[in-house]
Design a protein around this ligand. Structure first.
Ligand code: AMP
Length: 187
C-alpha cells in the first residue's frame, strides 16, 4: 500500500518511474497528462477544451482537472493506493487535493521530488519528440513549472511529506531508490 505524489519538472522521468513503481506495487498510476492526451486523441469535450493549452505548454484550467481527479480517486480500485503523476501542478490544486483526501479519509504518504538539472531536461525532452516537445514549448513548460509547480516543493516540505530523489541517474538506479522509499512507508 502506498499513496505517492510524483513532483518534478517535465522530463524528470516522473511518467517512466511512476509506471514501473505502480506495476511493482500493483497500484494505479494516475497521470493527468496521459488522461488529457487520451481525451485529445478521442476528441472528447475535455480534449477539445484542453488541447490549445497543452500545445502551448500552459496548464489546463483547474476546473477541467479537479473533477477528473476526484472521479479517479473516488473509485474502489484506488483504495489500495495510487501514484499521482503530474497532479497537483499548482498550489490551488494541492489545496483541493488536501481537502479531497480528508473527505475520502486518505492521506498521501510521500511526495517524491525528482531532481534533474535544466540542461539535462531540455536534452531529454527534445529527444522524446512528443507533440508538445518542440524547443519553444519546452521552454514555456519549464517556466510554467518554475512559476506554478515548484512552489509545491515548499508546500509539501512544510507538511513533512517531501522526499527529494536525484533523477539524473539511470532509470534502474532511480527506480531502486523509489522502491526503497516505498518499502519504508509504515501504515
Ligand atoms: P504532462 O504529461 O504531465 O507533462 O502534461 C502535459 C500537459 O498536460 C501539460 O503541459 C499541461 O498542459 C497539461 N496538464 C497535465 N496535468 C495537468 C494539471 N494537473 N493541471 C493542468 N494542466 C495539466
Amino acid at each position: 500500500m502506498a499513496r505517492l505524489i510524483f513532483l518534478g519538472p517535465p522530463g524528470a522521468g516522473k511518467g517512466t518511474q511512476a509506471d514501473t513503481l505502480a506495476h511493482l506495487c500493483n497500484i494505479p498510476h494516475i497521470s493527468t497528462g496521459d488522461i488529457l492526451r487520451g481525451a485529445v486523441a478521442q476528441k472528447t469535450d475535455l480534449g477539445m477544451k484542453a488541447q490549445s493549452y497543452m500545445d502551448q505548454g500552459e496548464l489546463v484550467p483547474d476546473q477541467l482537472i479537479l473533477d477528473l481527479v476526484r472521479d479517479r480517486l473516488d473509485q474502489p480500485e484506488v483504495e489500495t493506493g495510487w501514484i499521482l503523476d503530474g497532479f497537483p501542478r499548482n498550489v490551488n490544486q494541492a489545496i483541493f487535493l488536501d481537502h479531497l483526501l480528508q473527505e475520502i479519509e486518505q492521506t498521501c504518504d510521500r511526495v517524491v521530488n525528482l531532481e534533474v538539472p535544466d540542461e539535462v531536461l531540455v536534452a531529454r525532452l527534445l529527444s522524446r519528440g512528443r507533440r508538445d516537445d518542440n524547443e519553444e514549448v519546452i521552454r514555456n513548460r519549464l517556466q510554467v513549472y518554475r512559476e506554478q509547480t515548484a512552489p509545491l516543493i515548499d508546500f509539501y516540505r512544510d507538511r513533512q511529506k517531501l522526499v527529494s530523489v536525484n533523477g539524473n541517474r539511470s532509470i534502474e538506479q532511480v527506480n531502486a531508490e523509489l522502491q526503497q522509499i516505498t518499502r519504508g512507508i509504515k501504515h
